[in-house]
Ligand binder design. Sequence first.
Ligand code: PSU
Ligand code: MN
Length: 300
Amino acid sequence: MIDVTCSPEVSEALRERRPVVAMESTIYSNLGLPAPANSEALDRCVAAVRAHGAVPAVTAVLDGVVRVGLEESEHPRILGAARKAAERDVPVAVAQGWEFGATTVSASVAIAAAAGVAVFATGGLGGVHRGAERTGDVSADLDALAHHRVVTVSAGAKAFLDLPRTLEYLETVGVPVLGWQHDWFPAFYTRSSGLPVAHRVESAAEVAAIFSNLTRAASGLLVTVPIPEDDELDAEHLGAVLDRALAECDDAAITGAAITPFVLGRISEATAGGSIPANLALAENNAGVAAQIAVALSAT
Ligand code: PSU
Ligand code: MN
């Protein structure tokens, strides 16, 4: 089974049953946000976790070692060129000694579970892609949520996915979807997708109580947190931009992993860079909510 190396700070916190929040590394690498926003995102997320009383634990594969919690001096290592590591790639990254495998949600959730970290914060999940009935493109993130005992906190899924199908998939695999003080599944840059979440929760204590009563030994849950009101983008404009960008992907045969950076680039252009601060704000907000949940869980 997977062997993980926790930082001294994370090890001590876990030993003493103090709250810890796992984080992914893909969003901070060149596969996620552009520099210098990526570095700012990392600093703000780490600070938000600490401000709410938990220990941040960034996950990554560095020099073939699965790491949980990085020293600040190591942060520059995850801000640059990366190989994307989903859950299935982690054993390969270890065996082949990858210099930097950037963990996606699926990898981070698996690694968090292996380390005994119960809460994980991210920006947006992968999910069912539009046109998945043709391409079969369904992110491994969704099954990872169903197979590891971790609370994932996100602002919904990537904006340009097939959100109704993503919710249907989570229902099929048995992942509770809890709207954080909100009735609607968020659409990343906007607070509401127009699709209702299965359940609404008001507090971290409520999430902790639900987590303690999951019916399966190894399955998780998803808490969806809408972007703060002040940081939300205009839904109508964004919808048109997304449709255009996805049509361009079709025309130019841009597929698979290349879709995300392409579409994010188009969104950034069309919002005159406004999508980047929105992305940072939601990631920071999620990190704070995740820390509150970790604090509530450690009190149970
Ligand atoms: N959301 C974004 N940008 C990203 C991701 C999500 O706005 O880069 C990353 C996350 O790490 C997520 C991964 O786990 O993309 C999903 O990739 P895929 O769709 O290839 O499974
Ligand atoms: Mn995919």
